[in-house]
Write a new protein. Structure first.
Length: 382
């Protein structure tokens, strides 16, 4: 029962201050959790249980800031708890920490590849473990701040159209970004990009690229050359000439929407192909050059698409199509198109793709944007 999960250190009343950081400990050793709570101090509230089912119930009810799995917990239990953490549909990310009793490099590598935030090898003092947990929590808070910067807090509304986006980062501070820009000439730009790497480091580069993208759009529009291909050329030149970004690259789809004429123009630099969601036309828009930041003289090209009533265009990152089923098969674009045509919301799309793959969470960051023209569907010219 959930009620049997007891805090090993109760935080005193704190008044209007920020609430204590909550840690869920799954361990066969309650004394270890007690020592850890004492070392962390009153700013942290540690709740301990020895049972996996109780841990999962508490996780879903409370959504702690960190989950710590002790060294004597079976690997399968740790994996099941980790899957439960990653399947949480919450704006707040929960960190996952594993304590292991011996330096098993294969286990450590698999844990980090799957998205575990920290693996600590014991023996270690309670103070040392506490310091690592503080650092992990601080890193995750910084990553969450990057998440807020790399995702719009709103999308504008336009008569006759629906716009929607969805983001599900694997861990705070990932390299997926989305930005939009309502240009002075009446056009509307949307960019979705995927920066090389993972975590906060990737997020910091994504933040720099986001600034380049927005300033390049404004500059090009002011100069009367606002085609997405021209904007990407400017971004690519800035990225390749910036010594701080040397050797870094990112894929991107930049789309300009002319809502008066129902036209979408986009340029693709090494990114997932945009998908046309229509019952009468092909769902694949295959085009694209190499990613931004590799070669300064890359030439980008535009594709133009007319959206008919009831049709939509979908931009996304490869976390969707590279999701692997339990037998190792990739989800792929065809499955994505099939599900996306029927999904009423982007969250429904993501959850249906997981269900079709027999998975509870994605293996990578996920970002999706959909632009849909309202009305009954009828043929439109390419």
């Amino acid at each position: 029962m959930l009620e049997s999960v007891q805090p090993v250190r109760q935080t005193p009343a704190r008044g209007p201050q920020a609430p204590a950081t909550r840690i869920l400990s799954l361990s066969r050793r309650p004394d270890v959790a007690g020592k850890l709570a004492a070392s962390l101090g009153d700013e942290y509230r540690v709740v301990h249980t020895a049972e996996l089912k109780e841990a999962i119930r508490h996780l879903r009810r409370v959504k702690p800031d960190l989950v710590v799995v002790g060294p004597h917990v079976p690997v399968l239990d740790a994996q099941l708890l980790f899957q439960s953490v990653r399947s949480l549909d919450s704006s707040k990310q929960t960190g996952f920490v594993m304590l292991i009793s011996r330096p098993d490099q294969e286990l450590i590598s698999r844990a980090y590849e799957s998205g575990v935030d920290l693996v600590l090898t014991l023996p270690a003092t309670a103070d040392s473990v506490a310091n690592h947990l503080r650092a992990t929590h601080a890193r995750m808070k910084l990553g969450s701040e990057f998440d807020d910067l790399l995702t719009p807090d709103r999308l504008p509304t336009f008569e006759g159209y629906q716009t929607d986006y969805y983001r599900r980062p694997l861990s705070p501070g990932g390299g997926d970004l989305m930005t939009w820009f309502d240009a002075p000439d009446g056009s509307f730009y949307v960019a979705i990009a995927d920066v090389e790497g993972k975590g906060i480091r990737a997020g910091s580069f994504a933040f720099a690229y986001q600034g380049y993208i927005r300033s390049a759009i404004l500059t090009c529009v002011d100069q009367g050359r606002g085609a997405p291909s021209e904007v990407l050329s400017v971004v690519n030149r800035l990225a390749t000439e910036d010594p701080m970004l040397s050797g870094k690259h990112f894929s991107i789809v930049l789309m300009r929407w002319d809502r008066q004429n129902h036209l979408v123009t986009y340029a693709n630099a090494g990114h997932c192909e945009p998908l046309l969601l229509s019952s009468t036309r092909t769902g694949f828009r295959k085009t694209g050059e190499i990613p931004v930041g590799l070669l300064s003289d890359t030439v980008f090209h535009d594709e133009i698409l007319s959206l008919g009533p009831g049709e939509a265009i979908l931009l996304y990152t490869d976390g969707l199509t590279e999701l692997r089923s339990q037998d190792g098969a990739l989800a792929g674009t065809e499955l994505l198109v099939t599900i996306a045509r029927e999904a009423p919301t982007l969250q429904d799309l993501a959850e249906s793709l997981l269900a079709a793959s027999g998975r509870q969470h994605f293996d990578d960051d996920v970002m999706i944007f959909r632009l849909k023209r309202e009305g009954g569907e009828e043929p439109a010219a390419l």
